[in-house]
Design a protein around this ligand. Structure first.
Ligand SMILES: C[S@@+](CC[C@H](N)C(=O)[O-])C[C@H]1O[C@@H](n2cnc3c(N)ncnc32)[C@H](O)[C@@H]1O
Length: 365
């Protein structure tokens, strides 16, 4: 399926190039000038895109969106609420209006549907923790050229376990991404877990998937296996759900320790892209051992085509992994080979709804 998509894209590009060469409709001199202008605009946007990111990061850091409402507040009122400088705050608000994250009516600034849903702290789909995490990674991105020269990550690939504060920033960001994008809900809609009694979620982070799966399937029991530092944050997230009797926590390091055993399903979401090939190959063996006979592994991750360049989001995300992890996004063929080598059969792949930028790889013991 992924391969077929890649072929289609190649052939449509080739078609456009042929049309231009043969002077067919859509290939006039005027169009070419227009096309090159568009290319420059796109390049300029790529070059300056960080400015908009930094404006968003600053606004979330200042909790600006929490100071807005639907009826509107003046720049003076917002400045007093934030404890900031009036001229600077007015310019920031105007820029956010231009970025369509704030509305302006006369002298009043108002929230938008998106800012209320995703950029206020109290919203159930708040994305603010992810924005804060990305803002904190800014110094790491400054070292990208150096990383490409050396091949070494720009910070220790320790999954943000250095301090409890850093771990909380990371794990809360994972929770906020899943909440805002709806990954757990969409995946729970897609997966058939009717005959699954016990599931192991390896590297669950805040436990968003187990919570959603348990809510849909009252018979289901889930074990979460994660690093001890992460589990401190997981506990905080689970405490609010009332599901702690059906979700148990197991502290461990899958690079060093065996996984607990006897599960019908082992689920790994966004795990393999953080690890190198050897670790993933070994991890698949541990997953196989953790499954009961007939059990199923479910790997949810960004999966690239064989060229490693598509989907674009996956190719670009690999650079983040280069900077602060050991991994990258992998092609289905690579994941399939690890699973087959570990003993899995009936290995298959399903593309999930596009908003999730994820693919589901399945195999059976
Ligand atoms: C990118 S997060 C994914 C969280 C969640 N599965 C999701 O998709 O939102 C990676 C998770 O793997 C955990 N992890 C990373 N290395 C680990 C290891 N060696 N052993 C156990 N868990 C690990 C991290 O603590 C974190 O919770």
């Amino acid at each position: 399926m992924l391969r077929r998509r890649a072929r289609l894209r190649t052939s449509s590009h080739a078609g456009a190039a042929n049309r231009r060469r043969r002077g067919l409709p859509g290939a006039s001199g005027k169009d070419l000038i227009h096309a090159s202008r568009m290319e420059f605009r796109e390049l300029a946007r790529l070059n300056g895109g960080y400015v908009e990111s930094r404006i968003l990061h600053a606004a979330v850091t200042l909790e600006l969106f929490d100071a807005l409402d639907a009826s509107g507040r003046t720049a003076e009122e917002i400045t007093v609420a934030l404890g900031t400088n009036l001229r600077a705050t007015t310019l920031l608000l105007n820029a956010l209006v231009a970025m369509r994250l704030v509305r302006k009516r006369g002298e009043h600034f108002l929230e938008t549907d998106a800012s209320r849903a995703f950029l206020t702290a109290a919203s159930p789909t708040s994305y603010t923790a992810m924005v804060r995490f990305d803002a904190a990674l800014w110094p790491v991105w400054e070292r990208l050229a150096e990383t490409v020269r050396s091949g070494e990550p720009a910070r220790a690939p320790d999954m943000f376990q250095r301090t409890p504060e850093e771990t909380a920033l990371f794990v809360d960001a994972m929770a906020s991404l899943v909440q805002a994008r709806g990954d757990a809900r969409v995946l729970a809609d897609t997966l058939d877990l009717t005959n699954t009694r016990c599931l192991l979620d390896v590297g669950s982070g805040p436990g968003m998937y187990p919570v959603e799966f348990c809510r849909r399937h009252p018979h289901l029991r889930i074990s979460i296996f994660d690093l001890p530092g992460t589990l401190e944050v997981t506990r905080r997230h689970l405490a609010e759900t009332g599901l702690d009797d059906r979700i148990s926590l197991v502290a461990g390091d899958y690079r060093r320790d065996a996984l607990p055993g006897g599960f019908d399903v082992v689920f790994l979401s966004n795990i393999i892209h953080g690890e190198d090939e050897d670790t993933n190959r070994e991890l698949m063996r541990k997953v196989y051992a953790a499954l009961a006979p007939g059990g199923r592994v479910l790997i949810k991750d960004h999966v690239t085509d064989d060229s490693g360049t598509s989907p674009a989001a996956a190719a670009i995300f690999s650079i983040a992994m280069l900077l602060f992890a050991r991994g990258r996004d992998y092609a289905y063929g690579e994941i399939r080979a690890w699973l087959l080598a570990a003993g899995f059969a009936r290995v298959g792949v399903d593309v999930l709804p596009p908003g999730l930028i994820s693919t589901l790889v399945t195999g059976y013991k």
